[in-house]
Design a protein around this ligand. Structure first.
Ligand code: BGC
Length: 820
């Protein structure tokens, strides 16, 4: 479907035959609603005749708003929320469906219902109509008849429309449906549409029409209530609360019967108040309410079309009938991504954490990667996905999803090269620059997807966007210090939601600039851009030097030899600490210099970034590890990291000789910790470490999502360290696999499985009677380096034969190592 073809027209609606307003008033309000008021969803139809048997037919279709399309009463596809969310001012995706089997010789009817969706409905905390004021449809049906002749039906002035039973549809507000207004047969031939109005052809808005380049949102799963509904009714109002047992994203299908005109209302919540009522304060302005008015049939089944909610609990209000487990069914929606990974270990609570991570991913991969699915936000926060993308690629196949979003990033970039904090970018005034750890998603996400799937195209196609972004950041970072206090631009969100640990923004900014530079050097090298690779490598070194000069307190000492030796002494103490000689810190035993000469503002995130991004002189790394561990210990074995530091924290510990501390943090059950929410019965990852605590109850409703995937980024560590499945960056996409499980924390077994593009990788270990027993599967045409996590002095067998050494290169196959 090329722009400029005959189907340029966009069919909208005209006049409302059901109300008594003048046509002008209808046009001004009823057809479009207002920034805060919705209008019913229009049904559009077009009847046409085919002169012979159909050989083939394809329908190219898109909309501003959402469409659900049918031919002769049969739905064309089970896509939900098509055409997906893009920056509609720049591009709109279309879909092509093979509809050969839905057509016949003679009379046919094409029907479409248009919902508000992202193009017209409320977005984030903003108002409606951020892209356009009303939904628009664009369709072209191309039919080839058996005799070879062709017929084309397009969305033109001959279409008709009528408002139907869908009175309101909005992602944030919910959906209202009056079944009494149904128009049976409206999308089939021989329906009397005399009272329907002719549509209006609206102007070409000039955006690019592009083929859909990512998975569609679909109905993926169904959930039944996990227990009997709880009666919360009062003398004059019936009210039941259903528990689906899982914080999920989607909507419910309702089944029941009631006299015509009876209206039921469905409210949604992720958690309950202590008195068992729905806790909805955290939804902010999202009304998240659906309603259905019965037509009076024996049994009526209804599921909304154009809305979704984030919820575990459903309150059904006003239903006069008997409620059963069958009254409502949770319909789970997300972008279609096949599950690829599985992680499981000997501790049930960690397995529940893994399940929560997966559910967080399902609920927030709804066409774009969102921060949360329930409140008036649901935006593509760049920082959030940057943090989570690695874990996401273990759990599910996300290459297509992230490839589409990378284009959204490019569309959102401004002239100067900055990348906003949310993508697709907000249409209401908002920041152009996401700042450190948010905007950097422009580099980090494509690189991660390349590593996980080995396809260079995501790097090649986004190289320009990344380089422009780098230019912007370098320009905004005099002396390679990004977000210095005197910088006039956005200083960033800091280590968002950290706990009593404020990491300086210039430290975070500069660390991420260095990280970007190191990734760009690798990206340029992969693309064969040698000079660019050298340029970025040098940039990394320059930023690293600037980082050291500005943030390392030690660097001030380095001018004088005596102080240098003092520093060396500290580093040695650090060595001692990092070797684990002082595991539980008795502060009296630690040389006071270690604390007095902390490397920098001593937050865990500062250490984590410096270590993970390789920003420290080699000699100081042990000291940094020691100080990081000391901070954890000072906090009674708790982390204090927010969005920025948390994802790297366990990797930094296990990669720097403190696997024990990484496991200690993993096992921590009081907050802040990964398992705290699990002990509170969470079934998804919370936005905040302290979303609810015994001491303070619910955190501020202003920002308290119970389904935010960010802290689920620990999932990557479960796969690549506990189970030990890791990528070799020189042969990405698991062409060559590094298998290096690191048992610890009292776990007696763990198993990681990952369906790569080559086949399934398995790394499964158990510890039984003191023996380490490890089974490995390396898929066909691949190879792996296996690291047996025991020192060489033990007796090791491979497939029953004695072997020596703890590192082995193997080809595809199944292997079993036993170390006794
Ligand atoms: C979102 C976050 C996001 C943050 C920026 C919040 O409102 O929910 O996940 O990254 O703002 O700090």
């Amino acid at each position: 479907m090329e722009k400029g073809e005959q189907i340029k027209q966009i069919a909208g609606m005209k006049g409302c035959p059901r109300c008594y307003q003048t046509e002008q008033e209808v046009k001004a309000a009823a057809l479009a609603g207002g920034p805060r008021s919705t209008i019913p969803a229009p049904n559009l139809r077009k009847s046409f005749s085919l002169s012979g048997k159909v050989k083939s037919a394809r329908l190219c279709i898109t909309a501003l708003g959402l469409y659900e399309c049918s031919i002769n009463g049969k739905q064309v596809s089970d896509d939900v929320f098509a055409p997906g969310w893009t920056d509609y001012h720049k591009r709109v995706q279309y879909k092509v469906y093979d509809v050969t089997n839905l057509l016949r010789a003679g009379e046919n009817t094409l029907g479409a219902i248009l919902g508000d969706g992202w193009a017209v409905g409320h977005i984030g905390w903003g108002h409606r109509q951020q892209y356009v004021d009303r939904p628009r449809l664009l369709a072209q049906l191309e039919v080839t008849l058996a005799d070879g002749s062709t017929q084309t039906i397009v969305s033109d002035l001959t279409w008709k429309y009528q408002f139907g039973p869908l009175l309101e549809s909005d992602f944030m507000m919910g959906e209202a449906y009056d079944a009494r207004l149904e128009m049976p047969g409206w999308d089939a031939p021989s329906f009397d549409d005399k009272r329907w109005s002719l549509v209006e052809v609206l102007s070409d808005l000039g955006m690019a029409l592009v083929a859909t380049n990512g998975p569609s949102v679909r109905r993926i799963d169904e959930l039944k209530p996990s227990c009997d509904p709880v009666d919360k009714g009062s003398f004059n109002r019936k009210r039941y609360i259903f528990d689906l047992g899982q914080n999920m994203v989607g909507r419910v299908r309702f089944k029941g019967s009631a006299p015509a005109g009876t209206t039921i209302t469905l409210h949604f919540a992720e958690v309950l108040n202590p008195d068992g009522t729905l806790y909805t304060a955290n939804l902010r302005a999202a009304r998240a309410t659906d309603s259905y008015t019965f037509k009076g049939d024996e049994e009526e089944i209804w599921e909304p079309k154009f809305t979704f909610h984030g919820f575990r609990y459903v309150e059904l209000e006003g239903y006069p009938g008997e409620v059963t487990h069958d009254t409502i069914t949770g319909v789970v929606l997300h972008s279609e991504m096949s599950p690829t990974g599985a992680f499981e270990c000997s501790e049930a609570i960690i397995n529940q954490l893994q399940r929560n991570i997966v559910w967080g991913q399902k609920g927030n991969f709804v066409d774009v990667p969102t921060d949360c699915p329930q409140r008036d936000e649901r935006l593509g926060w760049t920082g959030d996905i940057q943090v989570f993308v690695r874990t996401a690629a273990f759990n599910m196949e996300v290459a297509g999803f992230m490839t589409k979003w990378a284009q959204d990033v490019a569309d959102s970039q401004n002239e100067q090269g900055s990348v906003p904090p949310v993508v697709p970018k907000m249409q209401t005034p908002f920041m152009d620059d996401g700042g450190p750890a948010w905007a950097d998603a422009a580099v980090i996400c494509p690189w991660t997807i390349y590593l996980c799937y080995g396809d260079k195209r995501i790097l090649a196609n986004n190289y320009l966007t990344m380089s422009k972004f780098m230019e912007f950041v370098i320009k905004a970072s005099p002396g390679y210090i990004r977000c210095a206090p005197d910088y006039k631009g956005w200083l960033g969100f800091g280590d968002w939601l950290s706990i009593n640990a404020d990491t300086p923004r210039d430290l975070i900014g500069t660390a991420f600039l260095a990280y970007d530079a190191s990734l760009m050097a690798q990206i340029a090298a992969v693309l064969g851009k040698t000079r660019e690779a050298i340029k970025y490598r040098k940039l990394f070194e320059d930023v690293k030097a600037a980082f050291g000069a500005r943030f390392l307190k030690g660097s001030k000492l380095s001018r004088n030899a005596a102080q240098l030796s003092e520093l060396r002494c500290i580093a040695e103490h650090g060595d001692a600490l990092s070797r684990g000689n002082l595991k539980v810190v008795d502060y009296g035993q630690i040389p006071s210099e270690v604390f007095n000469t902390s490397l920098f503002t001593p937050t865990q995130t500062a250490y984590v970034l410096a270590l993970h991004f390789d920003l420290l002189p080699e000699k100081l790394r042990p000291l940094a590890v020691a100080e990081l561990v000391a901070d954890i210990e000072r906090r009674h074995l708790h982390l204090s990291t927010g969005f920025v530091g948390s994802p790297y924290l366990p990797h930094v510990l296990s990669n720097n000789g403190r696997l024990d501390m990484a496991y200690t943090l993993l096992h921590q059950k009081t907050w802040p910790s990964w398992l705290y929410s699990v002990t509170r019965g969470a079934t998804t990852i919370w936005e905040r470490w302290d979303g609810w605590t015994e001491e303070n109850g619910f955190q501020t409703p202003e920002m308290n999502s119970f389904n935010h995937y960010v802290y689920g980024a620990v999932g990557a560590w479960l796969y690549n360290t506990v189970a030990g499945i890791e990528i070799d960056p020189t042969q990405p996409g698991y062409k060559h696999i590094i298998l290096r499980p690191q048992p610890g924390g009292g776990l007696t077994h763990a198993c990681g499985k990952l369906k790569t593009l080559y086949g399934e990788v398995v790394s499964q270990w158990k510890i039984e009677n003191g023996a380490f027993d490890w089974e490995v599967v390396v898929p066909p045409n691949n190879s792996a380096t296996l690291h047996i996590p025991l020192n060489g002095s033990r007796k090791i067998t491979m497939n029953g034969q004695s072997v020596s050494g703890s590192v082995h290169e193997v080809e595809a196959g199944k292997y079993r190592f036993v170390a006794t």
